[in-house]
Design a protein around this ligand. Sequence first.
Ligand SMILES: Nc1ncnc2c1ncn2[C@@H]1O[C@H](COP(=O)(O)OP(=O)(O)OP(=O)(O)O)[C@@H](O)[C@H]1O
Ligand SMILES: [Mg+2]
Length: 376
Amino acid sequence: MNAAAIGNGDKLSHIRVSGLTKRYSTSRGEVLALDDVSISIGAGEKVVLLGPSGCGKTTLLRCIAGLESPDAGEIEIDGKIVYSSSMRIHLPPERRGLSMVFQSYALWPHMTVFQNVAYPLINARVPKADIEARVMAALRMVNCDIYADRYPSQLSGGQQQRVSLARAIVGRDETVLFDEPLSNVDALVREQLRNELAALQKKLAFSTVYVTHDQSEALALADRIAVMRSGRIAQIGSVREIYERPASRYVAGFTGAANIIEGRISSVEKDVAAVQTAIGPLQVRPDGLAADQAISIVIRPEHLQFSDARPAVNAIRGRIELATFLGVYTEYILAAQDQRLVVRSTRPDLLDEGSEVWVTLDTKHAVTFATDGGHE
Ligand SMILES: Nc1ncnc2c1ncn2[C@@H]1O[C@H](COP(=O)(O)OP(=O)(O)OP(=O)(O)O)[C@@H](O)[C@H]1O
Ligand SMILES: [Mg+2]
């Protein structure tokens, strides 16, 4: 079992997935979509699954929902085993106490907005007298009560996605699974819906597993992020841990822009290690490093700072190739020897393209990986 993938507070976990494996057979052989995945999600916790296309995000969500039948492992929801290969348990989706929001809104076209949202309540045999109030309350929460009598085809994409959110929360399930729910709406509506969703989660406190490949969505919505790669969880941690302490170059690259500088350690002392790189000597934290090792230094664009004079340590000389004013900060592309560095700076004066500048990197924000140690 992948120990790194198990979350904190196992006892309190609301969803516990252990050793989950799922293979699909195709005409060209088997696809290992999930490879021994273990993850725990606490009550009320928001976990985001992040990773490239085909890494197994949807498969993991569908296995939790009961829409897919795994080959091995166990899934427990709220203390109840809903899937176990060894005990031969496989509860159908409707007995798992969760709802799911899909990328395509999946509303019934022949039903009105009201009827769509009422559907899960009718299925769950909620007394008729309660249905109207609950449907309207859910629609109000997503600002769609005025559309109750319309058909989905009479709504915009953003409005349809709001209605599918209402349908997901109307049952008051303790878990809502989201599979890229915002990828079909345009950028402005996406940001608005993302904020509404965050507010809704706070208010209703349901547990969430949320699939996306949008990094900013992941950073905004998650308590913890699980970065997936080829059917496995590469790293799971708090948003800050994943961003500031990525465990591999792969994770660093998947959670926001990162500069990667290759080098070789020349000496290791108590507090610093000296590294020779093509853009000059740099200092990094010495933890776990040895002299003569080849390493990659990962540094975020906001952790490279301009300096008016040559910095005493970690001095990097470069020429500004491109300056892009982006409102809150300006993004610079810097050429230092053959290396291109991205620098994000909030200093108010704009530095001219073509000018020679000094930048320095903050040793405490630099993360290092042994290049030949299997950390890709
Ligand atoms: N029904 C299926 N039959 C065969 N292979 C499948 C099936 N569903 C998924 N796969 C394969 O399993 C792997 C994982 O697919 P999955 O849909 O979980 O990826 P994903 O991470 O959700 O990707 P995306 O971001 O593109 O939605 C892929 O290689 C995919 O081709
Ligand atoms: Mg998918």
